[in-house]
Structures are given as structure tokens and as C-alpha cells.
Design a protein around this ligand. Sequence first.
Ligand code: NOJ
Length: 558
Amino acid sequence: MRVTGAGGVDRSALPAGRAWWRGATGYEIYIRSFLDSDGDGVGDLAGITAKLDVLDRLGVDVLWITPFYPSPGKDQGYDVADYIGIDPAFGTLDDFDQLVQAATDRGMRIFVDIVPNHSSDQHPWFQQAIADVDSPYRDYYLFRPAAANGGPPNNWVSHFGGPAWTLDPAGSGEYYCHLFLSEQPDLNWANPAVMEEFREILTFWCERGVDGFRIDVAHGLTKDPEFRNNPQVREITLGMHPKDVFASFDHVHDLHRPETTKIFETWRTVVEPYDAVLLGEMDVRNIERFTEYVGGRGLDAGFVLKLASSRWEPATILSDLLTYERAALGGAAWAVSNHDQPRAVSRYGDGQVGVRRAAAVTTLMLALDGITFLYQGDELGLPDAVLTGVAMDPVSTRNGGVAGRDCARGPVPWDSTAVNGFTTAPVAWLETAPLPASLTAAAQIGEAGSTWERYRAMLDLRRRLPDLWSEPFEIFDRQATSLVIFRGPLTVIANLDDKAFEFVPEGEFHVEFESYAGAVGGDGGHLRIEPEATIVLSRREPDGRAIAESAEVTHGHR
Ligand code: NOJ
């Protein structure tokens, strides 16, 4: 078992009971848009391998790679037609093995994205399920008789618009359930044969050297055995965005079933011999539910998705961070952005304001226990992409052009050549407006004062100062929009307010990091932390005691 992170943090030296991934820094690679190595306009595995040195230099410990399996691509790979293969658009199994080897050589780890809630309708299991109602594969999916009026069996709706039920195309008269597209039929996790299939799938990837799984829709696997209607909690109006229609129901019968955590307990027995991590994508907006998943013998951790969709509401952001920090007991995965939501820079206000705010929140996330992820392009300060070609996201294309997720999925701007150096093809799979030189990796890497260099220094904090995430988390001062935390000898001050914050530490201190240049000023021991900044200070008493034990500090907004 490898225990040393790329930055030299010897994870075997962690306090007893701590897992290697706590305190690690992750990086989400949306593979289609990372780097195209073969000129077909689509990012691929070899493109990732080609940039490992850059990611290593940035300070990344773990790469989460979005699905690369054979897929018709109706939901950009989240419709899997073969769970143990590689789609030719992304490369081959050899390319995958080379990536794992190259990552291992650098002390980096790979998480793959596993999609257990649904397969593609092109998966041989589903094809056999519709070809023959007596096939054992029929029960791999959720087929149900029509309601008395011939309509869908219940009122469940799809995340992507319309009912969560489609009539069996083979004419049996039954409907099948799909919480996403009709081309993404939901698997039946009440059938032990499905568990057996996934036992093999998980083992396959563990044997190939993966270090963990990001589990898609981890909260959705099991459904009410009686398929009862979900209670409707508000009126649905014409033209509502599908996500708002979805949120108009209390999903007690199609999501968050208690049986789901049992499934992950079984998964754990499969991955444990490999020391692989189970990281859930649970769209839970309530802390009790979140802890049901990460508090037992099931998942190691779960994404705190709320924070990857928040607008710039500092008081809410701080209170969410603290709520999850407290309750998740290290089982949280933090990120301000992902491929499903507008990018943090744009959500927070665009331009330099958005960049500054995203850096402040990300720095604070690095001072929390658990695993903190960047989404590709966060380190360049990317705003949302502007589409210049056709929309690709089914959320948009299947719903009359409503806002979709393409804005988060633009190609990474590597340089200022055509298509920002992402591909040698004339256009990328997703056509977006070229980005200015100042936002490219070529202009920022190694350039003092760039966002990339700021993020490199930010990520380096976790490696250089492991106290940042491993020492007891003590809240010294908590105001609506600011927070002062002690972590052993370190002090983290997050000032998300629009006014400066004053802080007078006692004795000598050293500024380890500021989330933007000039964020901390003042004279003598009197510190002034500028608006929308997070800083990290360190200080040790001569005998090594943390300042937290003896501090007398005055502080407040000015
Ligand atoms: C969550 C994934 O992040 C998203 O991109 C996908 O569309 C859905 N799950 C369905 O698989």
C-alpha cells in the first residue's frame, strides 16, 4: 500500500484511525474537456497523462476522472454501455493502465466515476431485458405495469424533465423507471444479481489500480418496494425548469431509501482489501441525511454539493461549511465547482471579484478535514464558458433550450493557439468562445502573481502544514460573515465580509498564505484582513505550544 502523498505527507504517520485521503487535495477532470491528444475534438486519457506533471506541480494528490466507459453519450458518458471498457473516444485500457502507472510514479491517485443508479439503454443488460420479458435481465431494471388509466405507474419525475417512466419500446405494455433520461434506465438494486455484477465491476477497477470511486447518484440506488407516489410539496407551473419541477416533490420514495446505505456496506467489503475509497455524490440538502451515508460502515465520504451551487451569500456559505464540518467528522468532500453547476467564479460575481471570492472559499475548504477538490480550471480562475455552437447538455436540448450545464464544461484553455490549444481539430466537441491569453495555463504557470501560482501556493499549504487539516478544529471567533479558526499552531481567518476585519494576535506570527495579494496588511501586531479573503498565520511558542492555548485576541469588522 502506498502511503506517501506526492507532496511527501507520510500518511502512515497520521493519528490512529485516520484514512490516507483525509487531508488530500483532489482535482476533478471532466475528461471530454481536459486535453485532446489525438485531434478528434474530445479530451482523452492520454491527454490526462500528458498533463500529470502540471497537476503534480499544482499540488494535486487525487484525480477524479468523469466517466470514460463505452457510451452512446446521451448524458456525456453518464449513460454507461459497458462498465469495464473504455470508449474509443477516450482511448484504450492500455491508455488507462499507463495513466495509472504514471500517476503512481508521481505518488498521485486515481478515482474513477462509477454510475450504479442507471445504465445506458444500449447496455446489453437492458437490450436483453426488453428483448425477452422472461430474461433474467428483465429484473435488473424497474419495469412496472401501467396505472389503471394506462399512464405511468406513479408520479415520479425525471431530473431531466418529464415523467420518470417510459413505455417499454418492445411493446410489453409495462413502463420502466429512469430518474434521468429515458436512455438511462434505473437498475434494480433490490435484485442481488445487480450487486453481484457490481462486485465484479468494482473488483475489475481495483485490480487495475484505482484508489477510489466517485459514486454517481449514490442517494438514488434503492426505490420504494411499493412504488408509492412522492408527496408533492409545491405547485408546478408551465415552463418551470426541470430541476424546479424535481424539487417540487419530497423524494421519500425514489431517493434516500434506508436500504441504500446497506448496499455501500457490501461495497466496502469489496473495496477494503484494496484500500480504495468510496466517495458518494449524494444530492442531500440536509445534514441528517448526509451523515446517514458517511457515518456508518458504508461510504468513506460524500460531496457537500450545496457548496458547489451556492451564490455569493457569505453567511450561508460559512454556516453550511461549519454545519458539514461538524457533522461529517472528516467524511466530507469539499468543492466550490463541478461539471454540473455554473462555475464558482461566475456564480460569485464574475471577473476578478469572482476569482477573489472563489479563492477565499477554497482556501477555507483546505483548512477543513476531509478531501478538498478543485474542478479543472478553478486554478486558472475560469468563468463560465460562452457557447458559440450548439448546446450539448440534454437538460437544455430536451427542454426547449433552458439553462443547462454546458457553461461548466468548456475546454481547458491551455494556450492562445486555435481552440486554446485544447485540440488540433478545428473545433472542440463543445464549441465555446476562445478565452483571452490571461486565462490560459501557458500564461499563468510559473508567472508570479497569476491565479495558477496562487492556487499552487494554496494547495501547498496542506502538504507543508498538515496541522491545517489534522489538528483540532477550534473556532475562536464566529461572526455571520467571518471566521477565525485555530488549528494547533495555525490560525485561519476567513473574512468573507465586504469590510476589512481587524485581528490582533499576541506575539510573533508569520503569514503563511493570503488568498489574494495584499489581503493582509496593518502594522505592528495589528492585522487588517481585507474583504473577501482567507489568510493563514502560523505561530509557535518557544516551547512549541500552539498560540491557541494562550491567545488574547481582539478582532472585529471595521
Ligand atoms: C450526476 C452527474 O454529475 C451528472 O453529470 C449526471 O448527469 C447525473 N449524475 C446522472 O448520471
